[in-house]
Design a protein around this ligand. Structure first.
Ligand code: PGA
Length: 255
């Protein structure tokens, strides 16, 4: 059964602000209801502006993140939080550090998959992610980018839409896209721990962003054509509550 994805085409800056607003509204609604709030978070260039907008809004409005818990989608195998290219370091720099300092986010309630444990005990590292999500009662919102090759998190083409958190091999295109930040392709890890597509589809709501012409083909597969393993982004049509924010370039091949 395919569901309709709510698509908004706008400028990148407007999209970043809209998603930041959506997250903050959810965080605040949960606080007012006296409930915890469980956010699924993502990394990558797409998220930098989203997190900057979120911190700016949260600080301006005096928002509290004391009741918020977070779980990240993925991490490179073998990279610990002190590695500058780790997703743990990214999250700390762009979001966790500022929100801990200004808005009461408890760092012990944030979880980025453990890249070091994933290298030595992949089953345990994967179970910790699934168990944390279960303990939180599921994720209220999962934030997502889309890879140039259509991947969601590190679910590369071929991944089952029912897959759970596990260690995977990275596609060549994914490693090439990361090469610049690592200072060369040879430095980019070959494997990663990632939430599965099934894990992602269990989140109650998905907020997805894609910017630039390089994402246009992946966006097309998200919105039209077959829903199958060859196209991880097509799994988005299996979820009932997906909002997708695009700039004009990323939307240019949309049917
Ligand atoms: P990007 O990556 O935000 O760096 O473009 C998106 C992704 O690979 O999911």
């Amino acid at each position: 059964m395919a569901s309709e994805i709510a698509v908004t085409v706008t400028t990148r800056v407007e999209a970043e602000r809209a998603v930041a607003r959506l997250i903050l509204d959810l965080v605040e609604a949960r606080r007012l209801a006296g409930d915890g709030c469980a956010l699924g978070l993502a990394t990558g260039g797409t998220m930098v502006g989203v997190y900057a907008a979120l911190v700016e809004l949260a600080v301006a409005e005096g928002a509290s993140f004391e009741h918020v818990a977070t779980v990240n989608l993925d991490e490179y195998l073998g990279l610990g939080p002190e590695h500058p290219q780790s997703f743990a370091a990214f999250m700390h720099a762009h979001l966790f550090g500022p929100l801990a300092e200004r808005c009461g986010l408890a760092l012990e309630r944030t979880l980025v998959p453990d890249g070091l444990l994933a290298a030595s005990d992949p089953i345990r590292a994967a179970r910790l992610v699934e168990a944390r999500i279960a303990e939180l009662g599921g994720l209220d919102l999962q934030l997502l980018g889309i890879g140039r090759n259509g991947h969601l998190a590190f679910n590369e083409p071929g991944a089952s839409h029912r897959s759970r958190t596990r260690v995977v091999a990275l596609a060549r295109a994914t490693r090439e896209d990361a090469a610049a930040t690592f200072g060369g392709l040879a430095e980019v890890p070959r494997r990663a721990l990632t939430m599965g597509l099934g894990t992602i589809l269990d989140a109650r709501r998905l907020a997805v962003l894609a910017f630039g012409a390089g994402k246009a083909e992946a966006v097309r597969t998200a919105l039209s054509g077959p829903i199958d393993r060859a196209r991880p982004a097509s799994a988005l049509r299996r979820h009932r509550d997906v909002s997708l924010w695009l700039d004009a370039e990323a939307a240019s091949r949309r049917p």
